[in-house]
Design a protein around this ligand. Structure first.
Ligand SMILES: [Zn+2]
Length: 345
């Protein structure tokens, strides 16, 4: 099959587009003919070696896949070839202490399709049948591919981890990112008020259209000061943060007492300092989150069908232009998700 893969770590120029070994499905797996695959920040970490693929190189990125079933394993009963599906990327053992507690995203043997095994920058991807959900006809392959990691992570962060409530206030970092564009909509759906940040003025209108009540350009304005001003010096109840470093450190200053910061990624750096006096004296809570559940993914599909959430797709690139697509994301030009579409997809 054709795939976009890499044999060495580095920048977008390391992505090759060529023939690649076909995936070999087991009895309880399916092969999905990829119709769209979302690009995520974790793809860049895998590529540049900050998060080297656990199974080694060469590696095919791609955690967010929609497509049609090309082949079903001999033990799979609930799916047929040709069926439209969306792939839940999380892999869990089902047997460890945390799986038995129902917390599969912190499974001791946790992994992602696209990270811990080859993913969807390819004509075909292998997935356990238990990771599939039917993709309703009314949701396009492209829209669907914006959901299983970016939107799901934002949902889990706001709804499950931060337990966001109507009337609360939220700071969403980086409205232009996949998680940011989803988090704004989800927070508004819950009934919260949202302030968000952008890195260029051309993204201000974009963020407002998603429902943001206030938008701060962090390159020209001090976002801590602006959030304080917006909230009448009170600070916000929740921050959704995925940048790390100074952004994390300063996000803490935006929280009001009993506030919660949910960290869902580390786009700039894996490290972040914090002034502990703010954390303990205000009874703040710093929460981590990792993806969400397949049940939450099903909930998101229902909300999209009902028109209450909208996947935000900025641009699609042919899979053969994966290099250019990754560079586009690296240059932070995107407003929402960037997708790869295999030939004939
Ligand atoms: Zn487990």
């Amino acid at each position: 099959m054709k795939a976009a893969f890499f044999k060495e770590h580095g920048g977008a120029e390391k992505i090759l587009y060529d023939d690649y070994k076909d995936p070999a499905p087991g009895a309880s797996d399916v092969l999905v003919g990829v119709r769209a695959c979302g690009i995520n920040h974790v793809d860049l970490l895998l590529l540049d070696g900050r998060f080297p693929p656990p199974e080694g190189l060469p590696h095919v990125n791609g955690c967010e896949v929609t497509g049609t079933i090309a082949l079903v394993g001999s033990a799979v009963r609930e799916f047929q070839t040709g069926q439209r599906v969306i792939v839940f990327p999380g892999l869990a053992c089902g047997r460890c202490e945390f799986c038995l507690r129902g917390e599969r995203t912190v499974c001791l043997r946790y992994g992602y399709i696209g990270a811990h095994r080859d993913g969807g920058y390819a004509a075909l991807v292998k997935a356990p049948a238990e990771n599939l959900l039917p993709l309703p006809e009314a949701i396009s392959f492209a829209d669907g591919a914006a959901v299983p990691m970016a939107m799901l992570t934002s949902w889990h962060a706001l709804v499950a981890q931060a337990e966001l409530r109507p009337g609360q206030t939220v700071l969403v970092q980086a409205a232009g990112s996949g998680v940011g564009s989803a988090a704004i909509q989800i927070a508004k759906l819950v009934g919260a008020r949202v302030v968000t940040t952008v890195g260029s003025d051309d993204k201000i209108e974009f963020a407002k259209r998603l429902g943001a009540d206030a938008v701060v350009n962090y390159r020209t304005q001090d976002f801590v000061e602006e959030v304080k001003r917006w909230s009448d010096k009170r600070g916000v109840d929740v921050v959704i943060e995925h940048i790390g470093g100074e952004t994390l450190e300063r996000s803490i200053y935006c929280l009001t007492r009993l506030g919660k910061l949910v960290t869902i990624g580390s786009h700039d750096t894996h490290w972040g300092r914090m002034d502990l006096r703010h954390v303990y004296s205000k009874n703040l809570r710093i929460l981590g989150t990792n993806l969400g559940s397949i049940l939450e993914l099903r909930t998101l599909l229902e909300l999209i069908l009902a028109g209450r959430l909208r996947p935000v797709v900025d641009r699609t690139f042919p899979l053969g232009e994966a290099r250019a697509a990754l560079q586009y994301v690296l240059d932070r030009k995107n407003k929402g998700k960037v997708l790869l579409i295999p030939e004939g997809g």
